[in-house]
Design a protein around this ligand. Structure first.
Ligand SMILES: NC(=O)c1ccc[n+]([C@@H]2O[C@H](COP(=O)([O-])OP(=O)(O)OC[C@H]3O[C@@H](n4cnc5c(N)ncnc54)[C@H](OP(=O)(O)O)[C@@H]3O)[C@@H](O)[C@H]2O)c1
Length: 235
């Protein structure tokens, strides 16, 4: 396939290695200083977008305009998802989004929901979350932490929302965000009582798991219109 890389930073470069290894061709490498127009995507099968929260929506719309399905890894823009879905439908676009492309985290998402369902019956435990990422990460909490929090809230009726700090409020789920060195991504869900603690932990050792998932999503999206996510890829 001919693939356009929109964003050629840490993730774009990691994805490029896997694309070349799997026999694909990279037709465009766009950065902040080398922006692209919809017409630059002529001949592209799928675009892969890993930029930053404020650029993602414009980039997605340009892909819809070009008629090229787009796989989006950028997080921190999801409050604009309703307008992007609408544009996708009206422009007959193809969109694949995931707050985390790694298989391990997507398994964690499932276990997290199940554990929340069980723990909601045990008031002596307090749920909380922590996420740790490298210091260049722009959004907090991470998109992955938000997906985990939503998975807990759906299954844990006493908590009505999440807050991006440690909290004693029995109606809120506290998410602590730490930014340290080169950490690619660590997520911890805790249920703490006076006598013990249960933890779910996912620790990415490097970015390869995210990059491989994004490439598989691009292969899945060839010739597709509509909105998809990891559930569709893993089904
Ligand atoms: N979903 C997942 O599994 C997953 C995994 C890892 C990371 N992420 C997310 O992916 C995003 C990128 O991460 P990263 O670590 O690769 O960041 P990064 O190293 O900072 O790279 C970002 C790249 O985007 C480029 N860029 C910024 N604005 C642009 C625009 N308007 N048009 C084209 N390119 C633009 C930057 O250009 P310059 O080089 O000129 O600055 C840079 O090449 C972040 O939101 C991160 O949270 C998601």
């Amino acid at each position: 396939m001919n693939i356009a890389l929109i964003g050629y930073g840490k993730m774009g470069k990691e994805i490029e290695q896997i694309l070349l290894h799997r026999g694909h061709t990279v037709t465009l490498r766009s950065t902040r200083s080398t922006p692209f127009r919809a017409t630059d995507l002529t001949g592209t099968d799928v675009a892969i977008e890993f930029t930053e929260p404020h650029s993602a929506v414009d980039n997605i719309l340009k892909c819809f305009e070009a008629g090229v399905p787009v796989v989006v890894g950028t997080t921190g823009w999801y409050t604009r998802m309703p307008e992007v879905r609408e544009a996708c439908a009206s422009m007959n676009g193809g969109l694949f989004t995931a707050s985390n492309f790694s298989i391990g985290v997507n398994i964690l998402f499932k276990v997290n929901k199940e554990l929340a369902r069980i723990m909601s019956d045990f008031e002596e435990y307090t749920p909380s979350m922590e996420e740790i990422h490298h210091t260049a990460k722009r959004d907090a909490p991470s998109g992955t932490a938000i997906t985990l929090a939503e998975g807990i809230l759906e299954n844990y009726p006493s908590r009505q929302g999440w807050i991006n700090e440690s909290t004693e409020d029995a109606h809120q789920l506290g998410i602590v965000s730490q930014r340290e060195g080169e950490v690619p991504g660590t997520h911890i869900v805790r249920y703490t009582s006076a006598v013990d603690e249960i933890q779910l932990v996912h620790q990415a050792y490097n970015r390869k798991g995210f990059a491989l998932g994004a490439v598989k999503a691009a292969e899945f999206m060839q010739g597709k219109a509509g909105v998809y996510s990891m559930g569709d890829l893993l089904a």
